[in-house]
Structures are given as structure tokens and as C-alpha cells.
Ligand binder design. Structure first.
Ligand code: DGL
Length: 263
């Protein structure tokens, strides 16, 4: 590793930027490569086998070409589907993003927690096992959303997203009645959803705590990579879309890169 590590952050689209933002805050001296596999978006509509077949060679090629010191899979759907295969096949360290069920259940006072993720994430055995192991007596409601990731992409790209469209995806998360017996904690189990956090708060039928795993992922990254010696402002950032789509979003995306305009 050189003075400044190279960190590859990978997602199906723009959602992983919510994880990148926290990592950049914690390690402003690294080289960042953000890759969006938008040619295969949405991952939440694919089977486990399809995701494994897609991600394994793609990550392999990125490792050969860019020699990252660490790879962050900034996508719950990928992480719960393919992480074990990645770790078995490649020696570079991986940090995944999985539904934050344990901290959510530990924090819930009403013992009612909802997990809002893609349809694929809520179906996977990995997620079911997290609930079996870490529910800590909570009633956990799994909500698989077909549309919310795409709505978040539209919103970040400057498109209109109606309240009705968001509300339809959100409403099944709110379970029970009475302040002491209703959902009080919702796990944002898709990295796209924090992009819509203001709207989620506005449209929630009652106030809840939203659990976003991004700060914990950033802490994991800093624990795996030794302290950088590069100048804090010397970091650079690159962004790639597998579809090869033209990038007209630099201004909207710059804050996620800590103020750097991604090349
Ligand atoms: N960002 C991805 C996740 O965290 C999901 C979006 C998709 O369906 O591609 O699960």
C-alpha cells in the first residue's frame, strides 16, 4: 500500500454514495473509486444466482485493474447474496453492508422493528438468520420494496417523485397502535434509502428512529486501514458507471465525495 490507500466502493447505482460519504469523512486522505453497476440495476429484482454470476467477475476485473487496498460492497442486496463468495475468491479485504438488525433491536423501546430493504434482501437466508440471532425479543417486520431504490435514483438525478409513490412503499413498515406498542425503529436496509431520508421523515405516519449502517461501515474501514499519512486535501475520486452513461450529475454528487468533483 502506498501512502494513501485506494478504496473501491461498489453499488448498483447511486445508493452506495450514502456509504461513501461517511467513509470519506473518516478517511479524507484516500483515493476513492466509486463504481455503479447501473447496467444491472436494480439488483433487488435479481436472484441470488444471477447476482453471484454478475458480481464475481466484475469485482475480479476491478481488482486487477485498480489494485484497491480495500473493497466496500455498499449494497445490502449484493452483500447478503455474494459476500461469502467474494471473500473466498479474493485476498483483498472486503467490508459489506448488511441490514442493521442487531443495533435496531437493541435500541427499540416498543420492541417493534421494521426492516425496509429490497425484495431480494428481505428474502435472503442471510437476513433471516440475522433476525433469528439478533431480534432480542423484538417483533421484526420485513418490508421488501420493489420501487424505492429507483425512486431514490430519480430524486437524486433531479426528477420528480410523488409523495404517493414513496408512501406506498413506506406504509407497511408502520405496525401496531399506541405509542408503547407500535413500530419505533426502522432499519434502512438498502443504501439508496438514506438519499430519501427527509421525505421519509415527512411522510412517516408517526416519528421513528431510522437506522443507517453507513457510520458503522466507515468505522470498520478505518479499523482495517492503517492511519493515512497523506495530506487531507490530497485525496482524489473517480466514478464509473458500467452502463457507460454520460455523467451530468457531478454538481449533485460532489458533496458525497467530500467536496471533490469526481473524475
Ligand atoms: N443499493 C442496493 C441495496 O443496498 C439496492 C438497489 C438495487 O435494487 O439495485 O440493497
Amino acid at each position: 500500500m502506498g501512502e494513501r490507500p485506494t478504496i473501491l466502493v461498489f453499488d448498483s447505482g447511486l445508493g452506495g454514495l450514502t456509504v461513501l460519504r461517511e467513509i470519506v469523512r473518516a478517511r479524507h486522505d484516500a483515493h476513492y473509486l466509486y463504481v455503479a453497476d447501473d447496467a444491472f440495476f436494480p439488483y433487488g429484482h435479481h436472484s441470488e444466482e444471477e447476482i453471484i454470476a454478475r458480481v464475481m467477475p466484475l469485482i475480479g476485473d476491478l481488482i486487477v485493474e485498480h489494485r484497491p487496498d480495500l473493497v466496500v460492497i455498499a449494497c445490502n442486496t449484493m452483500s447478503v447474496s455474494v459476500m461469502a463468495h467474494l471473500r473466498a475468491a479474493y485476498t483483498v479485504p472486503f467490508v459489506g453492508t448488511v441490514p442493521a438488525i442487531k443495533p435496531a433491536c437493541a435500541a427499540s423501546k416498543t420492541k417493534r422493528v421494521s426492516v425496509l430493504g429490497t425484495k431480494a434482501t428481505v428474502k435472503r437466508e442471510y437476513t433471516q438468520a440475522l433476525i433469528r440471532d439478533f431480534a432480542q425479543g423484538c417483533e421484526v417486520t420485513l418490508v421488501g420494496s420493489a420501487e424505492l431504490a429507483a425512486l431514490a435514483e430519480t430524486a437524486l438525478s433531479g426528477g420528480e417523485v410523488s409523495d404517493e409513490a414513496i408512501r406506498a412503499e413506506l406504509e407497511p413498515c408502520f405496525v401496531g397502535a399506541g405509542e408503547d406498542a407500535r413500530t419505533d425503529t426502522i432499519v434502512l436496509a438498502c443504501t439508496h434509502y438514506p438519499l430519501l431520508l427527509d421525505r421519509l421523515n415527512e411522510l412517516a405516519p408517526w416519528p421513528v428512529d431510522w437506522i443507517d449502517p453507513a457510520p458503522a461501515i466507515a468505522r470498520r474501514v478505518t479499523s482495517l486501514l492503517p492511519e493515512g499519512r497523506g495530506a487531507p486535501d490530497a485525496a482524489d475520486a473517480k466514478m464509473m458507471f458500467t452502463s457507460g452513461r454520460p455523467r451530468r450529475l457531478s454538481a449533485a454528487l460532489t458533496p458525497f465525495f467530500g467536496g471533490r468533483v469526481p473524475a
